[in-house]
Design a binder for this molecule. Structure first.
Ligand SMILES: [Zn+2]
Length: 253
């Protein structure tokens, strides 16, 4: 599985895009920075997007991804998410106020956008990948995703505070190759992390005690203002094979 990091930060400043991973060139996992990171030629190849939750730092490039490619021959996008997230996108994003409702454009019969509801922990297949959504503990309905091909699996938690079910499911995955989870705030902002459903490095340390597999762990979601401190505090956990994702880098699992 080829995974290219389009954006891996919890905020946007020059050189720092918001959360979005591109798998095998055609599937985006969250969409905080798809249109900002990919050329038009690359954008047209994106056929499916998994959306973990409705927050803008995970969705904000969707309107431009569709608008940029609306007239490109053959372009059509499927967004897969749990019903609460689909409803939020219908009501607040593609609502003909914030942005056009592309689920009925250019017409109802062959729209450029399809919103596909998925059921947590039920496997669905996208371009040969077996995918499961698993609920995590954020302040809005949110799922992580487990993506599996014939060689192995990776698990992406998306935004979450301390959580249980995700780790249970991750521990049951055979041939797990890597976990991608978040660390948004430095330890001194523990209270903010708590009320906003995020992790600090210290909370991450406790979460990783729940992981029973010896696999590399990659982090995303750092707020740009606090990156240097987050990096220091993650290093101080002294866990082997624990590192921050690097924007622009392609990983193979
Ligand atoms: Zn969020």
């Amino acid at each position: 599985m080829k995974l290219r990091v389009l954006g891996c930060y919890g905020g946007n400043i020059p050189g720092h895009g918001m959360t979005s991973l591109l798998v095998n060139d055609t599937l985006a996992v969250d969409a905080g920075f798809v249109s900002g990171a990919l050329s038009l030629k690359e954008q047209v190849k994106v056929k499916d997007v998994l959306i973990s939750h409705s927050h803008l730092d995970h969705t904000c490039s969707l309107p431009f991804l569709i608008d940029n490619n609306f007239s490109a021959p053959g372009f059509a996008l499927r967004i897969h998410a749990i019903p609460e997230v689909i409803a939020a996108m219908k009501n607040h994003l593609f609502n003909n106020l914030t942005w056009p409702d592309f689920t009925c454009l250019p017409n109802d019969l062959t729209p450029v956008l399809k919103l596909v509801e998925i059921t947590p922990e039920q496997v669905f297949v996208v371009n040969g990948l077996r995918i499961r959504a698993v609920r995590v503990s954020h302040i809005v309905p949110t799922t992580g995703f487990i993506l599996e091909d014939s060689r192995g699996a990776i698990a992406f938690s998306s935004d979450t505070g301390p959580t249980e079910r995700f780790w249970e499911v991750v521990n049951s995955v055979k041939r797990l190759r890597a976990v991608i989870t978040e660390t948004s705030f430095p330890n001194e902002l523990h209270d903010l992390a708590h009320v906003s459903g995020h992790l600090t490095a210290a909370l991450l340390g406790r979460e990783l005690e729940k992981l029973e597999k010896d696999v590399p762990v990659y982090l995303y979601g750092g707020k740009p203002r606090h990156l240097a401190r987050i990096r220091r505090e993650v290093r101080a956990l002294k866990r082997k094979r624990l590192e921050l994702l690097v924007q622009g880098r392609t990983y193979r699992f």
